[in-house]
Design a protein around this ligand. Sequence first.
Ligand SMILES: Nc1ncnc2c1ncn2[C@@H]1O[C@H](COP(=O)(O)OP(=O)(O)OP(=O)(O)O)[C@@H](O)[C@H]1O
Ligand SMILES: O=C(O)c1ccc[n+]([C@@H]2O[C@H](COP(=O)([O-])O)[C@@H](O)[C@H]2O)c1
Length: 218
Amino acid sequence: MPDTTPESRVSSGRRIGVMGGTFDPVHNGHLVAASEVADRFDLDEVIFVPTGRPWQKFKADAGVSPPEDRYLMTVIATASNPRFSVSRVDLDRDGDTYTVDTLRDLKALNPDAQLFFITGADALASILSWQDWEALFELASFVGVSRPGYELGAAHLERHLEKLPPDTLHLMEIPALAISSTDCRKRAEGGRPVWYLVPDGVVQYISKRKLYQSKGIL
Ligand SMILES: Nc1ncnc2c1ncn2[C@@H]1O[C@H](COP(=O)(O)OP(=O)(O)OP(=O)(O)O)[C@@H](O)[C@H]1O
Ligand SMILES: O=C(O)c1ccc[n+]([C@@H]2O[C@H](COP(=O)([O-])O)[C@@H](O)[C@H]2O)c1
């Protein structure tokens, strides 16, 4: 396995971050996580991948906005950063969204690239419940980032780490932004502001499409 530590940038291939999420809506916590990991791991690009059918959220009976709205908000939020892009792989695949499929699709599209999947501390904590989770670590390195309210750790993975490729999991502290999509949705619904929690264009898109809100947010 190649050494994936940031200090050993020896691979001739591109280094691509993968920021998966439901992005309902995308917020500044997502953008800061992607930007910080891109800087620390010297990434050429970070691909944001909105989920198609986030099966665990559906299982928890959480309603999710239409995929095209989540996709467009993600495009708007990332448009100004030349290193950020958005992929439709999870939106264009039928059925439940599994990260193992996301990574296989992105690997097929970028055969020479090294992939770094970015997760917040909460998502990392539940990774053992993900479909075919052991295969994930063969396809990408994982970067778990800190998130207010969640402990950043890999104790739950400890007894599996031996079986995983070396240097496959990194933990990283990032500036704390206590922002969640759930809180943004609640604010919009209650007519409270989401300015500065999400990019300006996303505030305007939520308003234009009347997402979440009963009272309006502008
Ligand atoms: N404020 C944040 N700081 C660090 N990581 C975050 C933050 N918000 C979300 N993430 C991470 O971004 C990824 C995508 O998250 P997601 O789109 O589900 O947003 P969310 O805010 O957790 O949404 P929801 O509140 O609807 O569950 C996950 O890996 C999550 O852990
Ligand atoms: O592969 C799985 O089974 C799986 C289960 C839950 C979440 N994920 C991925 O984790 C990322 C964050 O998911 P979410 O639901 O917190 O927005 C996103 O890329 C999801 O596809 C993946």
